[in-house]
Write a protein that binds this ligand. Structure first.
Ligand code: ZN
Ligand code: ZN
Length: 382
């Protein structure tokens, strides 16, 4: 009879296990030993840095924001570039990566559907999901019919494995041979670079679902974390990303570290990318305010004094105003839809609508400021 209380774990995926042990031993143990005993040539450092940057950006701007989420349209040269350098990261082909990633978004946190649900544990979300043959790790190509029509994606899928070895092992070896240090270059620009970049990406599935702030939504475990963004080419603003996955940005503010966004915006200014999708400002502010109201209410509910009562009344008044602004915005939206594309060619009408949108956005912005002040005033004395 089967033991239903602790079901047996699925079998190990031996080739993945052997690969991960080998790459981590070579990259994170042997390479540092080599660094302290023999040292690396400047050329090996340069190759390591260049490959780390190009492959990391290709995952972020290519695999993730272009192909998985279609947040912008890329020109053919940019697509070839992203598909080629993405191979260096050894995270499987675009087709497979995107199929799993779309499932992750659709069923985030669900232990029976999400390939790397954090609810199955930190280790499972980080690497465990690739080491055993979990039912959730199966690839469902029905998720990516659009990508199956993309010739760059299909080219990369066909040549993927031979190219992985040629680029990750062959290229550092040849480069090292020319610069006089084959072993050192393979260890630094091959193994260390690969192991390091893989863990950084895996952190998005583990750490970015554990550590940080939920600024836009608490419907899932995704968090915003500036430190993780530093390691992942801007992908650390994961709460924003799960809330607004069609947006080409992850770090919304100009000062937030998001090289993926900067690359896409630069490509657009050079004519290499177009139709960059941005979430309307109002929707972003609405989500942020909703979270702020929730937090304020929860914290004030825990206090029973007279001051808390007054604060609660103020919060409720603010909330009524918020609801009013949201319904006005919905009315403008409906009006714009009803006007149709014909009417929107009318310049006066367009300007009028834009002014109303701006006013409503401004109202939410000011309300966010008031709530922040209120938060500080209500809890600084507590
Ligand atoms: Zn995503
Ligand atoms: Zn996620």
């Amino acid at each position: 009879m089967k033991n239903t209380s602790s079901p047996a774990k699925p079998p190990l995926v031996k080739h993945n296990l052997i690969f991960f042990i080998a790459i981590n031993l070579l990259g994170l143990v042997a390479a540092p030993i080599w660094f302290f005993t023999v040292g690396f040539t400047p050329a090996a450092w340069v190759l390591c840095t260049v490959l780390l940057t190009l492959s990391g950006l290709s995952i972020t701007a290519g695999y993730h924001r272009l192909w998985s989420h279609r947040t912008y349209k890329a020109s053919e040269p940019l697509k070839w570039f992203l598909a080629f350098f993405g191979i260096f990261s050894l995270q499987n082909s675009i087709l497979i990566w995107a199929a799993r990633h779309r499932i992750h978004h659709r069923h985030v946190d669900d232990v029976n559907e999400d390939p790397h649900s954090i609810k199955s544990g930190f280790w499972h979300a980080h690497m465990g999901w690739m080491i055993r043959d979990w039912p959730t790790s199966k690839v469902d190509l029905d998720q990516v019919p659009d990508l199956q029509k993309d010739r760059v994606v299909m080219w990369q899928h066909r040549v993927y494995w031979p190219m992985v070895w040629a680029l990750n092992l062959g290229l550092p070896a040849v480069f090292g041979w020319f610069t006089g240090d084959v072993v050192g270059t393979i260890l630094l620009a091959g193994a260390f670079r690969l192991a390091f970049s893989q863990h950084c990406t895996f952190f998005i599935n583990s750490l970015a679902h554990t550590w940080g702030k939920r600024s836009y939504s608490d419907e899932n475990t995704a968090r915003d974390n500036g430190i993780i963004a530093l390691l992942t080419w801007g992908e650390g603003y994961h709460n924003f990303h799960h809330a607004f996955q069609a947006d080409y940005r992850n770090g919304l503010r100009w000062w937030q570290f998001d090289p993926g966004k900067w690359l896409i915006a630069t490509a657009a200014s050079l004519g290499l990318a177009r139709e960059l999708k941005r979430t309307p400002k109002f929707k972003i502010q609405r989500a942020r305010l909703q979270m702020q109201f929730r937090e304020l209410r929860e914290r004030l509910a825990q206090q029973a004094d007279d001051a808390a009562l007054t604060w609660r009344e103020t919060v409720e008044r603010e909330y009524q105003q918020f609801k009013e602004t949201v319904s006005q915005w919905q009315a403008v939206q409906a009006e714009r839809m009803a006007a149709g594309t014909e009417a929107l060619r009318d310049r006066w009408r367009k300007t009028e609508l834009r002014t109303r949108y701006k006013e409503l956005e401004y109202r939410l912005k000011m309300q966010h400021r008031r709530l922040t002040t209120l938060q500080q005033a209500a809890f600084s004395a507590a």
